[in-house]
Design a protein around this ligand. Structure first.
Ligand code: HEC
Length: 167
């Protein structure tokens, strides 16, 4: 599918999202480490605004990707959000997608869970800054993913950066 292919282009180019780092800490056992990617239109918006928390609206065509890796740095999945004018006006026109590492679609479109959580940063047009800049409480993660384990590294970030917790 077209979006998956575009994601592969970013992976091949190692097109890192501005403000992110390779194998930065994630939150749960399924994404103990993450790599965030962005296309030029998303990264330009972040750069121009002076950071993810300052972006008010991403332009049409902006694409952000989160590659997930477990504690052994083995790929567990890929998520993506693509800005598509007119697609979902009630929720900022993001196409949300989740894939297995091989590209099998797990969720696609106006995915309620993705939207509900990402709407916590509606002032940033639904895009979170990576840890430790913005964090979510264990209670929030558990509400969305009751069976998943939070990594001890993330729990430590929560202790070190209490002001970074998004409410
Ligand atoms: C419980 C909250 C929660 C849910 C549910 C959730 N996300 Fe996220 N997502 C986050 C947080 C927090 C980050 C920032 C952490 C990071 O970048 O590692 C993030 C990062 C991302 C990113 C990188 C861009 C950004 O915002 O930093 C993408 C793309 C993404 N998520 C897509 C999705 C998709 C698609 C779904 C649904 C299949 C989803 N997310 C479900 C909390 C959530």
């Amino acid at each position: 599918m077209a979006l998956w292919r575009t994601v592969q282009v970013l992976r091949t180019a190692d097109a890192r999202m501005f403000e992110s780092a390779a194998y930065q800490p994630g939150s749960r056992a399924v994404d103990a480490y993450t790599i965030d990617l962005a296309n030029p239109s998303a990264n330009d918006a972040i750069r121009k605004a002076g950071g993810i928390t300052n972006v008010r609206r991403y332009p049409n065509g902006a694409l952000l990707v989160k590659e997930n890796f477990n504690l052994h740095r083995r790929a567990t999945g890929v998520t993506a959000m693509l800005k598509l004018s007119g697609y979902d006006p009630a929720d900022r026109n993001w196409v949300m997608a989740a894939y297995t590492p091989a590209g099998k679609v797990i969720a696609y479109g106006k995915v309620p869970a993705c939207i509900a959580c990402h709407a916590m940063v509606s002032t940033q047009d639904f895009v979170f800054a990576p840890p430790p800049k913005q964090l979510l409480s264990v209670a929030i993660w558990k509400a969305f993913f009751p069976k998943q384990t939070i990594t001890s590294a993330y729990e430590q970030l929560l202790r070190w950066h209490p002001a970074a917790v998004v409410r």
